[in-house]
Design a protein around this ligand. Sequence first.
Ligand code: UDX
Length: 433
Amino acid sequence: MRIVMVGSGYVGLVSGACFADFGHEVVCVDKAVEKIEALRQGVIPIFEPGLDQLVENNVKAGRLSFSTELAGPVSEADVVFIAVGTPSRRGDGHADLGYVHAAAEEIARAVSGFTVVVTKSTVPVGTGDEVERIIRETNPEADVAVVSNPEFLREGAAIEDFKRPDRIVVGLSDERARPVMTEVYRPLYLNQSPLLFTSRRTSELIKYAANAFLAMKITFINEVADLCEKVGADIQDVSRGIGLDGRIGSKFLHAGPGYGGSCFPKDTLALAKTAQDYDSPVRLIETTIAINDSRKRAMGRKVIAAVGGEVRGKKVAVFGLTFKPNTDDMRDSPAIAIVQALKDAGAIVSGYDPEGMGNARQMMEIEFAGSPYEAATDAHVAVLVTEWNAFRALDLDRLKSLMASPVLVDLRNVYRAHEVEAHGFAYHSIGKG
Ligand code: UDX
């Protein structure tokens, strides 16, 4: 299959590289000239484990190439994926479809012969209809089938998730697209990943419903964690105890500082807005959003409480700035709100992150340290915000000797109280009464 990926961001680049690895011929297109130039030199714009090797191998094999020009590759393509960004629109929280619509128009002008146009970007229900309308209006001659095929990969585990998905969802209205999409995903399909065909609108909603459900699951366990602290229970045992029930499942039950990232905050908000527009509000999701927002700042207050309620003029070390480990992505990271709350209270914040410091520098004004130990030097409290492996086996004796007072606030429950306390620390975690 000849595939064009319009948009070479997270989803576009990972999907494009993986499709090439399946044996398809893939062109990844992006308007950002510097990005395409860099990719051609083998420089990957994001940190994602394994992606550089995957790109290099497939470029060498002649199956993967990069272009700033959409028209040429699209005219020769069997399948064109739209994988451009759908950020939250300023002001109202709806998904901004400007890039999707612009891509549809450009594709319409370039297609030749029957072409399947697939929306991979996360888009509100009805966007497929709109993409089809735009294509037909722009070019009445265009022979296209417009398909919805949401992507469920997680950052930091993107390649593994793409190659071993729990399911592939394909929403279509034109039956001619079915054999084409089956061919595109043949290696996964042969590998027993269920390929679920639905209507286009259903497929669009599946993506939002999945993300909203996961965000809700995390928020649920976070609230139960707060309750654990009050009643003297242990959230990790509660998670295990409920997660072993197959109906609940053990994943996404880790209590923490609240969810962040490029998807959950934006997608929950967009779903809530769509639901309001259709006069069918999703109150559980509206509440989830509100709880998660307030939780992030509450984590700042938790840190302040750990040093006796006054942090003015005191140094706070923050371990981990990205919204999760194994990524350099800072989008909607809980660290942003936590750092802000600490600074508002007069703290001097020193942060360290294994991969996220470049992006963090654009988003917050704090001291950036070269290691967790440098961040902790003279600090009154250290806060573990992101569970990078590098923070799982800290030299606690060394840390204690460097700090002004040995207090560790572990927002990811990486450590055990008795271990840390044995090294002379005051230890605070999540959901342990
Ligand atoms: C998510 C979805 O998992 C993925 O299917 C979708 O395609 C994009 O959005 P991602 O944002 O990359 O992926 O990361 P994920 O691992 O889902 O974590 C999201 C946030 O939830 C992180 O801030 C993480 O720390 C938090 N989280 C996750 C928890 O606090 N507890 C958990 O148990 C799981």
